[in-house]
Design a protein around this ligand. Structure first.
Ligand SMILES: Nc1ncnc2c1ncn2[C@@H]1O[C@H](COP(=O)(O)OP(=O)(O)OP(=O)(O)O)[C@@H](O)[C@H]1O
Length: 239
């Protein structure tokens, strides 16, 4: 079993605020891992540290069992919480830009752009300027940009925020498809019905990973109905 991501004893402060306090997390190859927790719990900070966009004050990160390198970075697909798109370009041109910086060229690039646009339901909108896109369309285009180079590891920060339930369902079908091809996915979410679709979840609260396991393991271990209830038990509000 190889580990696409391993974070060990990660600590992070912003000024005096402790944002991550000794967090260790290992992703297994081919799993969907849901990182859940209240707003401000440290989810985005943790994802950025795993990705190398933010530096931990202490602790270790390995990508594909090595110190992070540029080539490991090429094997990642990252979708940030805020969309990093070029408003003055069309959807197609945006995808072309991301595909080109990932080394795709010519016919293969064009084919791949059409494929990912279809994956996220934007194949009919490629010519439109991104400035005219709705929030949900922007989210889907950002996801397509993260997929375009067929990475082995996806770090997706609230990928389904603002999407309607039908599109959300299609996006989750896509995540399961990517996993069936061997990809590993870490996804942050606030949406509890997405949690049940994850192979494992990690509960982050106030900079601590307070529980981790499959949704079934967690609800059984804490003798509760839902993973959300595990938070309540751990925070002492219940049980
Ligand atoms: N660059 C920064 N400078 C200062 N404080 C920061 C910075 N980035 C994050 N923080 C603080 O760290 C804490 C954790 O933020 P983070 O974005 O990781 O939480 P989160 O769990 O992803 O929240 P949300 O679900 O709302 O996105 C917050 O209190 C936030 O204000």
């Amino acid at each position: 079993m190889t580990y696409p991501v391993k974070g060990e004893h990660l600590h992070k402060k912003f000024k005096k605020q402790i944002v991550l306090d000794d967090v260790s997390l290992t992703l297994r190859e081919g799993e969907i891992y849901g990182l859940i927790g209240p707003s401000g719990a440290g989810k985005t900070t943790l994802v950025k540290i795993l990705l190398g966009l933010e530096k931990a004050d202490s602790g270790n990160v390995e990508l594909f069992e090595q110190k992070p390198t540029l080539s490991a970075f090429r094997s990642l697909g990252y979708m940030a919480q805020s969309d990093a798109l070029y408003n003055e370009l069309s959807a197609y041109q945006n995808l072309e830009f991301f595909a080109s910086i990932q080394g795709l060229r010519g016919k293969a690039k064009k084919q791949r752009i059409l494929e990912v646009a279809k994956n996220v339901g934007l194949d009919q909108d490629l010519k439109k300027g991104v400035a005219q896109f709705s929030g949900g369309m922007r989210r889907r285009l950002s996801l397509a940009a993260a997929l375009v180079h067929e990475p082995r590891l996806y770090l997706l920060d609230e990928p389904t925020v603002g999407l309607d339930p039908l599109i959300r369902r299609d996006i989750w079908t896509l995540f399961h498809f990517l996993r069936s091809k061997g990809a590993t996915i870490i996804v942050t979410t606030h949406v509890m019905d997405e949690v049940s679709q994850c192979d494992r979840v990690g509960l982050l609260s106030d900079g601590h990973l307070i529980a981790e396991g499959s949704p079934k393991e967690l609800t059984e271990q804490y003798n509760v109905e839902t993973v959300e209830d595990v938070f309540l038990v751990k925070e002492g509000a219940k049980g």
